[in-house]
Design a protein around this ligand. Structure first.
Ligand code: ADP
Ligand code: MG
Ligand code: ZN
Length: 605
């Protein structure tokens, strides 16, 4: 945890302030509030005031008399006087119509005094102080935990609060089926007990970010109608050593009291990292937390009805002990949605907004290959925002189409200043991509070409959309893809006889594909089907590390270079052959700024 400088004075400081305030209050403030001023007067004055009818109430004690009387201003004041031998007093009071009431405050016992003057304010100030400090720390980002000393702030969600069901999760049919068993068990544990079946204690949801892992866990709780304890792995990592372990203990204690219930540990990789991967000396705190988690998981009886769900997008880093039978022995993959899945997710989120009747979700789904559920939810929302911006009462298709581009490439930068010369270069560059793609047999059709810059930094782009869902990539398709990426730079070379920095992203993407062809797909002649690389984190961008000697590594680089060069040459020759079309299309694009795939094909034909 980052400790900010100067931002937090030690607790003792606050308590010192409180004590000083309390002492001042006790000496000056409280007596004024609690005790009304009582003025001593002599007996003669008392008698005179009775005569003149100023005295209203009287209390006679053994050696003193308290009374209330109207003073000169006509206000009632409290007075006290000594008691003398005066047998006529009672009669005189009667004839003056005085009432007998309590006037002199009773002396409190020292204990009561102590409680009122010292303990009560202390309690009040401490309470206020805690809340105040808690608030400040809440703003400072969760430091409030420092004061809860090992008590985990586990949130308890019950069905009414998660409010999610499997109907909210679209397109994850396999995952839902796997989790349905857990729901059934929580509904009906007897059925499983009778036959002697052991239900898994824990299930691990694995998949890329934004695919709905957290959503699925909530849906399981919603479907089962049981309490849902949810905690994120990062919340276990505490300021003080030993806190994480204490929290785990506390969490499981709470869960067992509330069973049947679901415990959900989100981002479990933050505590569940392999214990020997810590590097320098490891991380004792995390290790303790993990050990406690393992102990707790072993310690409780699954029959009691506590099911543990966890989610991660880096399953490869998890400690093997976590995955042993009896712990997270069930793995539920939550993958990126396919074409139908994307369409279903769009529909689920589309229900929450107002849509035009002719919305074509399929077209949007086709244009968003590789998007996660979170991306798609975001697209619907961006579309709704755009509809509002244009004063519509519902979302139309073009809102969603623009939203796709916003999510992929950022917002349009309509007033970015780009010189005419640069615009021309960008137009040729984009048409270069599109032409190469169109003239090859294995590339996806061109959907849209634009030279309106986006906030992501893209100065223009060519959007291709596959007809259907492709799960495999052939070697020909891979090569065509690389050639398409090369098309931008090739067009610049042909037309301007110079090159620009505009192709940097193309180069990166092309190299990635070429490299994967050689090292992972077995698509190069030189290495054939030899595995040269291993993927480190399949769900997070899938960066890979070489598993070969340095010598082989340099040969791999040569082979990658060879592939890219060949594709570059092919792109150049395609453009040379269609030079006239290149000029026509580039001029058209420059004028229009955005053209559709159909316009493009009409001019090309
Ligand atoms: P993860 O935990 O896998 O990173 P989340 O469960 O937090 O992903 O998903 C984020 C949001 O994306 C959800 O709140 C939901 O709106 C949307 N979403 C993701 N996957 C789906 C899906 N399969 N169906 C419907 N909405 C989804
Ligand atoms: Mg999540
Ligand atoms: Zn490009």
């Amino acid at each position: 945890m980052k400790i900010q400088k100067n931002s937090k004075k030690p607790l003792i400081y606050y308590y010192a302030v409180v004590i000083v305030i309390m002492m001042l209050a006790n000496t000056f403030l409280l007596p004024m509030i609690l005790k009304k001023e009582i003025s001593p007067v002599d007996y003669g004055t008392f008698l005179k005031q009775i005569e003149s009818g100023q005295v209203k109430k009287v209390e006679i004690q053994d050696n003193q008399i308290g009374f209330s009387a109207l003073n000169e201003e006509g206000k009632e004041g409290l007075y006290i006087t000594g008691r003398l031998e005066d047998p006529e007093l009672v009669n005189r009071l009667y004839s003056a119509n005085v009432t007998f009431e309590r006037i002199i405050p009773k002396e409190n016992s020292p204990l009561v005094d102590f409680l009122i003057y010292w303990i009560l304010p202390m309690v009040i100030f401490t309470f206020l102080g805690q809340r105040f400090i808690g608030k400040i720390q809440g703003k400072m980002g969760g430091m409030g935990n420092a004061m809860t000393f090992g008590k985990s702030n586990v949130k308890v969600y019950v069905e009414a609060q998660t409010g999610k069901t499997f109907a909210d999760v679209a397109g994850q049919d396999e995952a839902k089926e796997a989790l349905q068993e857990i729901v059934d068990f929580l509904h009906n544990p007897q059925k499983y007990k009778e036959i002697g079946a052991k239900v898994p204690k824990g299930a691990l949801l694995v998949g890329p970010p934004g695919t709905g892992k957290t959503l699925l866990a909530k849906a399981v709780a919603g479907e089962s109608k049981v309490p849902f304890f949810s905690i994120s792995g990062s919340e276990f990592v505490e300021m003080f050593v030993g806190m994480g372990a204490a929290r785990v203990r506390d969490l499981f204690k709470q869960a067992q009291e509330k069973s049947p219930c679901i415990v959900f540990i989100d981002e479990i990789d933050t505590i569940g990292k392999s214990r020997n991967s810590g590097g320098l000396g490891g991380n004792d705190e995390r290790e303790q937390t993990l050990n406690q988690l393992l102990t707790e998981m072993d310690g409780f009886d699954a029959d009691k009805g506590v099911v543990i769900l966890a989610a991660t997008n880096r399953p490869e880093t998890l400690d093997k002990a976590l995955l042993r039978p009896g712990r997270f022995d069930r793995r539920v993959p939550v993958e990126l949605p396919d074409l139908r899945g994307r369409e279903d997710i769009l529909k689920v989120h589309g229900k929450k907004v107002k849509l035009a009747e002719d919305i074509d979700f399929n077209a949007i789904a086709r244009a968003t290959s590789g998007a996660s559920g979170a991306d798609l939810a975001n697209i619907i929302n961006e579309g709704a925002l755009r509809a509002v911006k244009f004063g519509r009462r519902y979302i139309v298709q073009s809102d969603l189409e623009e939203a796709v581009e916003v999510v992929i490439a950022g917002y349009q930068r309509k007033n970015a200043v780009i010189s005419m010369k640069d615009k021309l270069t960008i137009a040729y560059h984009e048409i270069g991509h599109a032409l190469v793609a169109a003239k090859q047999n294995h590339s996806a059709p061109v959907h849209k070409i634009t030279i309106i810059p986006r906030t992501s930094g893209a100065l223009g782009y060519t959007m291709q959309v596959e007809e259907g869902e492709k799960v495999l990539m052939t070697k020909e398709q891979a090569l065509d893809k690389i050639a398409t990426y090369m098309g931008g730079r090739a067009a610049e070379e042909i037309v301007f006889n110079t090159i620009t920095s505009g192709a940097s992203n193309d180069i990166e993407q092309a190299t990635k594909i070429a490299r994967a062809m050689v090292t992972r797909f077995g698509m190069s002649e030189k290495f054939g089907m030899m595995a040269l690389e291993t993927v480190n984190n399949q769900y997070l961008g899938g960066d890979a590390s070489l598993i070969v000697s340095a010598e082989t590594a340099s040969k791999i680089d040569e082979e990658v270079l060879h592939i890219i060069k060949a594709c570059h040459e092919r792109a150049t020759s395609i453009l040379e052959e269609n030079k006239e079309k290149l000029h026509d299309l580039a001029k058209y694009l420059l004028e229009k700024e955005t053209i559709t795939g159909e316009e493009f094909m009409t001019i090309l034909a």
